[in-house]
Design a protein around this ligand. Structure first.
Ligand code: AMP
Ligand code: ZN
Length: 492
């Protein structure tokens, strides 16, 4: 039997602001769409946090036995500078500055994105569509919205008529804003502006002569508005109404609000049953962002090459650090926080090793079945990974007590503990055990230290110490070789 039949998941729906029982449209199946990256520069760790939150959610849904179709797009056109209506396209700007084809920019940063996500052990989404691959679908939606009377064309561009939409629908329901307040808080448009009202947003923008990313349309050459791609791709692959739509908290308004408006205007019903928003990663208390420079790249963390870091941290430690916070809470990155996470991660991994070789007895001193259900209860309560991790550390404490002979465990319970811990740590949280690459990295560091100490001893004519280092390494199967280029080592 599928786990979801017994484990009742509740998730915070940003639309209602409440925790709701999760009931997919079609039993056993989940359709989930998450807004992907705009591929005009390297992903920073903040971007990774949002995608990691949804990777964990994807993993848990799968673990519960749901068949999940997870769509995460690539924004390769239409996202303008400062999310403004009249800014330059972010990708076109980068292409101009670096004298590249826009698709070279897209290719470069899509590869970077995949490479980083691989290092963090992400599962690939089921479909990863691109905005430029869905221009026809976007044009069809615009035609439909125009026909329904919720959009207007001006000078080769098409805008969504927010006031008209709000007469029969509720613009602002996701972000809790009222159109009247928005109007009261914005300045009047100047006479040259093509929009009827400042809240209106572009569905299609006319491409000026210098604009390189352009496609033909019934309204002339142009490019789609940013919000439209997600409506086109989510409905194409998941249907006009689907289960979960996710993204970072900062996308709630205007991006997701506009997605709701477009879909309701086009299809006459709400597109999404559960809206999920992941909270921000901050650094020095401020949102990590590309535009402000307050960010850190994952590669800098893996090598330790950043001023705020005292050392390198592995992708698994960073992932563990992220999972220690609830996905709806703000999380602040610092060297101290990473050091603490590394300690926790090492304790957890050590416990796995101890567990493998733990002797068994005729009784168990704690209720493993009840502990297992507590782990599920934590995840069923809106994917509460910090509580889950607290339960995992309860298990670590028990494992150490059993190893030290203070408690015992039966063979059956040991198997259950091992299986459950493995399921949650590796399958659900997506954390990896130390890899041989990391071990090799550590060995190289230790060997460099020992070779330096031996050289120091030799130059001080302290041959007792230098020989001791060489001989003891020899008994461990490590040979030192002195050559013209210095001392090297080989492992037997
Ligand atoms: P972008 O490539 O700018 O479209 O952003 C990709 C994703 O990263 C979006 O879902 C954003 O909400 C998310 N994001 C951007 N900055 C942060 C941050 N500091 N913390 C968490 N998520 C972020
Ligand atoms: Zn989107």
């Amino acid at each position: 039997m599928q786990l979801y039949k017994n484990q009742h998941l509740r998730i915070t729906n940003s639309l209602s602001g409440k925790k709701e029982v999760f009931k997919p449209l079609s039993e056993g199946h989940v359709g989930m769409y998450v807004c992907g990256p705009t591929v005009y520069s390297n992903v920073h760790l903040g971007n990774c946090r949002t995608f990691m939150s949804f990777d964990m959610i994807f993993r848990y849904l799968r673990h519960l036995g749901y068949k999940v179709r997870y769509v995460r797009n690539i924004t390769d056109a239409g996202h303008l500078e400062d999310d403004a209506e009249d800014g330059e396209d972010k990708i076109a700007k980068k292409a101009r500055l670096e004298q590249l084809e826009p698709m070279e920019v897209v290719q470069r940063y899509t590869l970077d994105f995949h490479n980083i996500l691989d290092k963090f052990n992400f599962l690939p989404p089921s479909i990863e569509p691109t905005a430029t691959g869905h221009i026809i679908e976007q044009i069809e939606i615009i035609k439909e919205i125009l026909e329904k009377g919720y959009a207007y064309e001006t000078n080769g561009s098409v805008y969504f008529d927010v006031k008209k939409f709000n007469e029969t629908h509720q613009y602002g329901k996701l972000s809790g804003r009222k159109l009247e307040d928005m109007i009261a808080n914005t300045r009047e448009l100047n006479a040259q502006n093509e929009k009827k009202s400042p809240q209106d947003f572009a569905l299609w923008k006319k491409a000026e002569v210098q604009h390189i990313m352009r496609w033909p349309s019934p309204w002339g050459d142009g490019f789609p508005g940013w919000h439209l791609e997600c409506t086109a791709m989510s409905t194409k692959y998941l249907g006009e109404t689907f289960d979960i739509h996710g993204g970072g908290m900062d996308l709630k308004f205007p991006h997701h609000e506009c997605e709701i408006a477009q879909a309701e205007a086009c299809y006459d019903h709400p597109p999404v049953n559960y809206w999920l928003h992941a909270n921000m990663l901050t650094m020095n208390g401020k949102k990590m962002a590309k535009s402000t420079g307050n960010n850190i790249l994952p590669g800098e963390i893996f090598t330790g090459e950043n001023m705020i870091l005292s050392k390198a941290f592995s992708p698994s430690v960073v992932r563990f650090f992220m999972m220690q916070a609830h996905y709806t809470s703000i999380l602040d990155l610092s060297n101290d926080a990473l050091v603490a996470s590394e300690k926790g991660y090492n304790r957890l991994m050590e416990a796995f090793e101890i567990l493998k070789f733990l002797g068994t007895g005729s009784k168990t001193d704690f209720d493993v079945v009840a502990w297992k259900q507590k782990c599920y209860d934590a995840m069923n309560d809106d994917f509460n990974t910090p509580i889950l991790i607290a339960h995992l550390f309860d298990a670590v404490r028990r494992i150490n007590l059993i190893r030290d002979g203070h408690e015992t465990i039966t063979a059956e319970d040991k198997n259950l503990l091992q299986k459950t811990m493995g399921d949650f740590v590796f399958e659900v949280l997506g954390i990896e055990q130390k890899t041989s690459v990391e071990d090799a990295h550590t060995l190289a560091g230790v060997m460099k230290l020992l070779i330096d100490l031996r050289n120091e001893a030799r130059s001080n004519k302290d041959f007792a110490t230098s020989d001791k280092i060489r001989d003891e390494l020899h008994t461990l199967g490590i040979q030192l070789k002195d050559g013209n280029e210095g001392t090297t080592y080989s492992v037997a």
